[in-house]
Design a protein around this ligand. Structure first.
Ligand code: GTR
Length: 362
C-alpha cells in the first residue's frame, strides 16, 4: 500500500547520479554532494565556507533548575567576509552529572524563544545537555530588515543577495553549526550523540543544518512540513507558491524559479527526500502531528519511506515501518530513521521532546 502511494508521487530518483550512474555505497558521498548542491542552488542558498575559527566567551554561569544543572551564557563569534566577526548568544544548560568521565549527549535547540516549547527540567532529568539559540539573535524572522541586520550585515552590502546566497533558514542553520563548534570543545559532551532540533520553520532549519554538517549525529524535525520533511509532489496543505509568497526570505532568491514548477515532475529533479537523504547514514527523526494538515503528516511519513534507501545502501535499516499510514500515537523508531505521529495540531510538545531524547540516548 505504501509503495503504491509513493509511486503516485512520481519522485525523482534518489540513488541515481546526475550523469545516470547508479549510486553505490562507495559513491554515496558524491551523490550527497550533488543533492546538497541542488538544494543549495535552488532552495536554501549556499552555506558560506568557514573563514576561520569560531571563538566563544562565557558571559555568566549560574546554578539552575533546583541545583540540578548550570546554565552558561556564552557569546559565540565567527569571522565573516567583511573582516569583522559576528557574535550571538547561546544558553547552554549542563546537568551537574556531566564530566569528562561521564560524557552526556547534547542537543542544539534552534528556538523561537517560547518557554512553553521547552520543558527544560524534564530534559535535564534525562541527563542531556541543551544549547538553545534564539533565531532573532541571528537573523530576524521577517523580511522587514531587508537583509541588513544582524548576521546579514556581515554578508551582504546594503542587503544585496546573490541568487544563491543563503536566506534566513541558511543563516540559522549556519549558526547552529557554530554552536556545535563550541559544544564539541567541551570534554563533557559525547561527540557520538550531538543532535540538532527545531520545530516548524525551525524544523526545516534543523534538517538543513544536519544535512550540511555531518558532525551532527542526530537530526530532529518537528512538524517541519513544506520545504522541510514533507514530500512536495502531491502535498496537501501548504504548497510552494504559497510559502514563497509569504516567506521568500527563508530561502535563496533562486527559489523563485522553482516556486511554480516543483510539483511538476518533468521540470524539477528533486524533492524533499533529497534533504532527508543528505543526513544518511546518521540518525534522523521526523515528528508529525495528526491534525497538522498544513504541514501534512502523510507527506512527511512518505518522505521518510522515500529517503530510506539511502540508509539501506550502507547495509543498515533506514525507516522501519508497517505497510500502512500511521495512526495517532504510532511511533516507529527501530531503524535509523525514527518517526512519530502525535495527536493534535502544530506545536512542539513535551511528548515530542521526550521521544526525541529517547532516540538521542538510544
Ligand atoms: C507557517 C508556515 C509553515 C511553518 C509555520 C511555522 O505559517 O506556513 O511553513 O513553518 O509557519 O514555522 O510555525
Amino acid at each position: 500500500m505504501i509503495n503504491e502511494m509513493l509511486e503516485e508521487r512520481k519522485l525523482p530518483s534518489l540513488l541515481v547520479m546526475n550523469d545516470g550512474r547508479a549510486v553505490t555505497r562507495d559513491i554515496f558521498a558524491e551523490r550527497r554532494a550533488e543533492m546538497l548542491a541542488i538544494l543549495s542552488d535552488k532552495v536554501y542558498g549556499k552555506m558560506p565556507a568557514s573563514l576561520g575559527e569560531t571563538t566563544w566567551e562565557e558571559v555568566s554561569c549560574e546554578s539552575n533548575i533546583r541545583g540540578l544543572a548550570q546554565t552558561r551564557k556564552i557569546n559565540i563569534s565567527f569571522p565573516t567576509p567583511y573582516g569583522e566577526s559576528f557574535t550571538f548568544p547561546v544558553s547552554v544548560t549542563i546537568p551537574n552529572s556531566a564530566s569528562a568521565d561521564n560524557k552526556l549527549p547534547a542537543l542544539v535547540f534552534i528556538s523561537f524563544g517560547y518557554l512553553k516549547y521547552y520543558p527544560i527540567e524534564e530534559i535535564l532529568e534525562q541527563n542531556v545537555i541543551v544549547a538553545e539559540i534564539q533565531i532573532s539573535d541571528i537573523a530576524p524572522d521577517s523580511s522587514q530588515d531587508e537583509f541588513k541586520e544582524k548576521m546579514s550585515r556581515h554578508y551582504f552590502t546594503d542587503g544585496q543577495r546573490e541568487p544563491d546566497s543563503f536566506g534566513k533558514i541558511g543563516m540559522w542553520a549556519y549558526a547552529a553549526s557554530r554552536v556545535l563548534d563550541y559544544l564539541l570543545s567541551l570534554d563533557c559532551v559525547d561527540a557520538d550523540r550531538v543532535g540538532v532540533m527545531g520545530h516548524s520553520r525551525l524544523g526545516k532549519t534543523a534538517l538543513w543544518a544536519g544535512a550540511n554538517d555531518e558532525r551532527f549525529t542526530h537530526i530532529f524535525s518537528n512538524d517541519s512540513g513544506c520545504c522541510g520533511a514533507a514530500i512536495t509532489r502531491g502535498k496537501e496543505g501548504e504548497k510552494i507558491p504559497r510559502i514563497y509568497l509569504k516567506f521568500s526570505y527563508w530561502f535563496c532568491k533562486n527559489f523563485s524559479e522553482i516556486s511554480s514548477s516543483v510539483e511538476d515532475s518533468e521540470s524539477t529533479y528533486f524533492d524533499q527526500h533529497f534533504l532527508l537523504a543528505c543526513c544518511a547514514p546518521r540518525k534522523l527523526y521526523v515528528a508529525s502531528a495528526a491534525e497538522d494538515t498544513w504541514a501534512d503528516p502523510v507527506s512527511e511519513y512518505l518522505c521518510c519511506v522515500a529517503a530510506s534507501p539511502a540508509w539501506e545502501l550502507f547495509g543498515i535499516d533506514g525507516f522501519v515501518h508497517p505497510d500502512n499510514l500511521p495512526e495517532a500515537w504510532d511511533r516507529f523508531a527501530d531503524g535509523n530513521i525514527g518517526y512519530h505521529l502525535r495527536p493534535d495540531g502544530h506545536f512542539l510538545s513535551r511528548h515530542d521532546w521526550m521521544r526525541f531524547i529517547d532516540f538521542l540516548k538510544k
